[in-house]
Design a protein. Structure first.
Length: 262
């Protein structure tokens, strides 16, 4: 009985592996992107995971600041600075928010200048501008509305699902808060937020904004349903700190508007 050449067996094994590889051993895009990040950026991301403790956020932000002072063309670091500042501003006392936000706006603009075809810079620039508009005086705030809209419209063109449809949610928030002569429209805000929820039905911030829009439109039963639904959401491994904040706000609104929990 003749023995098959070992070369043929080896070739068969190679072919088998090559057929299986696309299905079982291909790295995902996230791992590829992660492997290209600089060490300070990776460390900053680790600190961001613990952002509920603001000391972690400050440590990560300082890493990014130090890094861009040496590598000013690192897009990945600049858009993260804008993101970190956005979270920090949301947690800051009201009288401190406007002192924090300019760094986020500047970092977002730098990211957009470095790579205008990427979604992150546009989104976090728009997010920081939006927060600034909410905190500024009336005239300064309305002067920023068109800039916020422009950035979020670009985000929707580049990636409408970025951060769970956050660009559409922000546009809805602009519709809710803007005066009518700057295109404000609470009914349109409701329609857009409801559309966002069909795509991401457990996004607590969308639910919170929708509850506020419902209340403004006199739809109290619908608002209460949204607020109560926020409290039933399970812990989120990605947006855990944001969920905790939104649940706290939902409890406050239920108490104020419906005397729940009193």
């Amino acid at each position: 009985m003749k023995r098959r050449p070992t070369k043929l067996l080896t070739l068969a094994k190679v072919l088998l592996v090559s057929l299986l590889l696309p299905f079982s051993a291909q790295p995902d895009s996230g791992s590829i992107a992660s492997s290209s990040l600089s060490e300070p950026v990776r460390r900053a991301d680790d600190f961001y995971l613990g952002r509920r403790n603001l000391n972690n956020l400050h440590h990560g932000l300082q890493l990014l600041r130090d890094h861009v002072s040496k590598e000013p063309a690192d897009y990945e670091a600049w858009w993260r600075i804008a993101k970190f500042v956005s979270y920090l501003a949301r947690q800051a006392p009201d009288d401190q928010k406007l002192k924090v936000l300019p760094e986020g706006v500047a970092a977002g603009r730098r990211a957009v200048a470095l790579d205008p075809a990427r979604v992150e810079g546009h989104f976090w620039l728009g997010a920081n501008l939006g927060l600034t508009a909410e905190e500024e005086n009336f005239l300064r705030g309305i002067s920023l509305i068109d800039k916020v809209r422009r950035e979020m419209e670009i985000v929707n063109q580049l990636d409408p699902d970025y951060e769970q449809a956050s660009a559409s949610r922000t546009l809805a928030r602009v519709d809710f808060r803007a005066p009518f002569f700057k295109g404000g429209n609470k009914r349109r805000s409701i329609a857009l937020l409801e559309k966002c929820l069909t795509r991401y039905p457990e996004n607590s911030l969308t639910m919170l904004y929708l509850a506020e829009s419902y209340l403004a439109a006199g739809l109290r039963d619908e608002a209460r349903k949204q607020l109560e639904s926020i409290l039933t959401l399970c812990p989120d491994p990605v947006y855990g700190p944001e969920l905790a904040d939104n649940q706290e706000q939902a409890r406050r609104m239920l108490a104020e508007e419906f005397h729940a929990g009193k």
